[in-house]
Design a protein. Sequence first.
Length: 256
Amino acid sequence: VAVIEDCSHSHGSKIGAREVGTFGDLAVFSIGGHKMVSGGLGGILLAASREHYEIACLLGNFRPRSRNSVNDDRLRNFVETGLGGNLRISPIAAVLATSHLNQLDELVATKSANARRLLHGLSELPGLAVEADGCVGDNGAWYGVTVQAGPEIDVDGLLRRQRELGLRVRRPATVPLHRSPLFSTAGPPTWASAEQARWIRALRDRRFPVAEAAYQLSLAYPATFMHDRHGIIVEPYIERTASALSLANDSASPRR
Ligand SMILES: Cc1ncc(COP(=O)(O)O)c(C=O)c1O
């Protein structure tokens, strides 16, 4: 079984001593608009084997790029046409992403330090179930920093109070996948095969209580301020979360 790593926004992250993107046969990083390495739109493919690399080249490119990159005799037959696709990155996106890539160590260090300070501060607040060192991997692969509230917290109420205090905390943008129309609607336009339709019907009636419960208690802190070298907004985020939690407690306690 070939392993393809979805490394979307984990540029520069490691698990233990090993870089994300080096575990599988292929790995894909996004360089979309909000990513740490961004070209506006596009991606980076890594292949562990020469064969996968050359096939990927043919899938995306015909003529010069494939002529230059594809050596395998069987695959060289296809260099004039590629395999029918034209998936080349725009040169402007490549230039922008290269500029971010050249600053990657600094970007990762800044983001990692800010996220760790935030998690550490939030871990000391009653009501949140946050581990101070709760990042997977060592450098942080965060799109947003997602934390869990304790089961006694009214998450909607907490989010409302946080927003009133000016914080941009929200529920995670991605709902549990079984709730997304793509996986719960029979016959969305792109799902052509009968087997896929059967799969969707089977999923539609299933319940996923663990995913539901995790989602119900999740709060996503924005990642944008993680890029600020001075991290000036981290402390206010912790302090105002503390205020929002204590306001929630006040309104929950019985009035005299
Ligand atoms: C886990 C994951 N995979 C894939 C993607 C898709 O990235 P893109 O469409 O920019 O390549 C995203 C986007 O944020 C993501 O979060």
